[in-house]
Design a protein around this ligand. Structure first.
Ligand SMILES: Cc1cc2nc3c(=O)[nH]c(=O)nc-3n(C[C@H](O)[C@H](O)[C@H](O)COP(=O)(O)O)c2cc1C
Length: 185
């Protein structure tokens, strides 16, 4: 059993990464392998609507997505984490969702997954909903937590002060592990 946590902040070692690592720790405690994948610095282009994926279930764009997509297909659980940029997910996360979600609409069906979001102030719920829509349409089972999975932080490391955000992410990780184990039977 394994979970990949995909971090869509262009800022390495930032708040989104810390929150994702925290969630993965809660999951690893339950005996599930975890891997954190940073999109920062990678070349992930947006979908160009060539539609080759419709017939061949592969993407015509040659960049850094493919190895990540292969890991996602092998995973039992997937987390997609984004900071809020102008009230929305980052461009990096949008490109990642467009491409990975389109290659094969059944690739993730029945897996467990959900979002994590970090913002300084506003746009958290919108972005949480935006990411949830991706998980929903692709047939993931989405575990809940004790609040929406949103953290409040501005400068690098600020997330460590958001006790409730950390606790919510932790509880989400625990629910994710629980569900993965139930499904794996
Ligand atoms: C281009 C840009 C746009 C941002 N837009 C918002 C926003 O709309 N709402 C908000 O609350 N914070 C906004 N922020 C702040 C980030 O969400 C915040 O600093 C977050 O902690 C960054 O996460 P990271 O450390 O993982 O990169 C913005 C930051 C940047 C760089």
């Amino acid at each position: 059993m394994n979970v990949v946590g995909i971090v869509g902040s262009p800022r390495k070692n930032g708040n989104t990464e810390l929150l994702t690592a925290h969630t993965l720790k809660a999951i690893a405690e339950e005996g599930i392998d975890t891997e954190l994948i940073r999109l920062a610095g990678l070349d992930i282009k947006p979908c160009n609507a060539c539609d080759i994926c419709k017939t061949e279930h592969k993407c015509s764009i040659k960049d850094d997505l493919d190895p990540i997509y292969k890991k996602m297909k092998r995973a039992d659980g997937i987390i997609v984490a984004s900071p809020v940029y102008f009230g929305s997910a980052t461009a990096l996360v949008r490109a990642f969702m467009e491409r990975s979600g389109r290659i094969n609409r059944d690739a993730f069906r029945g897996k467990v997954g959900g979002p994590l979001v970090v913002a300084r102030r506003a746009g958290k719920n919108f972005t949480f909903a935006e990411l949830t829509l991706w998980f929903q349409i692709l047939g993931f089972f989405i575990p809940s937590s004790t609040y929406w999975n949103v953290g409040i932080a501005r400068d690098k490391g600020d997330i460590e002060q958001d006790e409730e955000g950390l606790q919510t992410a932790w509880n989400f990780g625990k629910n994710m592990a629980f569900l993965i184990k139930k499904i794996s039977g």
